[in-house]
Design a protein around this ligand. Sequence first.
Ligand code: PMT
Length: 402
Amino acid sequence: MLKGKNIIVGVTGGIAAYKVVDVVSRLKKNRANVEVIMTKNATKFVTPLTFQTLALNAVYVDMFKEPKHYDVEHISLAEKADLFLIAPATANIIGKIANGIADDLLTTTIMATTSKVIFAPAMNTNMYLNPIVQQNIEKLKGLGYEFIEPGVGLLACQAYGPGRMAEPVDIVEYVINSFKEKELAGKKIVVTAGPTMEPLDPVRYVTNHSSGKMGYTIANLASLKGAEVVLISGPTHLDPPRNVKLVKVNTTMEMFNAVKEEFDTCHVLIKAAAPLDYRPETVSSEKIKKKDGEKDELNIKFVRNPDIAEYFGSIKKGKIIVGFAAETNNMVEYAKEKLRKKNFDFIVANNVKESGAGFKTETNIVTIIDRDGSVKEYPIMSKEKVAEIILDKVKVLLNNKG
Ligand code: PMT
């Protein structure tokens, strides 16, 4: 995926340097040409030989070392870079670059490059939260430098909080996505995801099996393709994708109101959520008690929730609306009916009884039906691939609108 790309990895002096060994290995597996510059402090944590062996390239440390071939190293590396990744990025390197200090090979090369520069910070929580470091990060972001947010967790210094370098797999995904065309730039896409839940009393509620995975995957990819994304999510256990606005809701009514807030300013609405169609007519303010006796039954009256998709399909306002249909039988027939009734531009049907499809799975098996009635069945594939197909179709529809 990174074939032909020159990626310069700048390694600075932090314990997370050991994780960057994995980053370099993964970049190589994705066929990038990787060259590594280490600060002197970084060599205390990992030897240059480790990176050299993995990158299959010389590792640069010393600014004034005899060159192997005549080249001003910091200039030639700076010029050949398609992308510069600084990992781990210490408070020191962030501070130096934010303040124009170029006093070693790494800082001079960063200063001389015109390529995209991405920092993956790693440091103690208090250092990371220090207003000086935060100001330096904000300043660099304002100048177009990018940051892969550190995770929250137990750090090498035994502190708990933000400052742990992002995982290698996420760093490499970020790098790969940096080369993807931002084909949805300038478009606002609202995605609904997950189940909704309707309370019965303060301790009980009704919900369904949706994990949110399908909707979160679409939101993530749309954001990577450059769209402004609002993810309206029912209760899930998923981490929200980076760079999306997350609006958390519980009930179908809340989801309806959240979509209402965003609809006028969006270009596309993708309804991957599984909202409950009914809610209890009344919610008991106290815990419902069981009654001992011969005929102890609990009868709860349910009333209809709004159909969010149908409502926005009826007012449409020139938006593209993509629906889903979760069926257990007569899938195509029911999905066609929903497409028409809810005025979708296309509908993605899945049979949630089928193994590998629907709720909670990493994969899905979908059939996509267009407004002209054409039906296309897809084989089992990852939800990421399904998201790619959906967003490719959205892009075509957006282009047709001009
Ligand atoms: O979240 P996962 O675990 O990854 O599972 C994915 C999924 C199975 C939830 C997803 O692929 C899916 O099928 N989502 C739609 C679920 C659903 O509610 O289907 P439906 O056939 O009941 O509804 C049809 C469409 O109307 C859907 O776009 C739905 O979001 C929408 N709807 C439904 C009811 C309602 N009150 N308001 C709505 O907007």
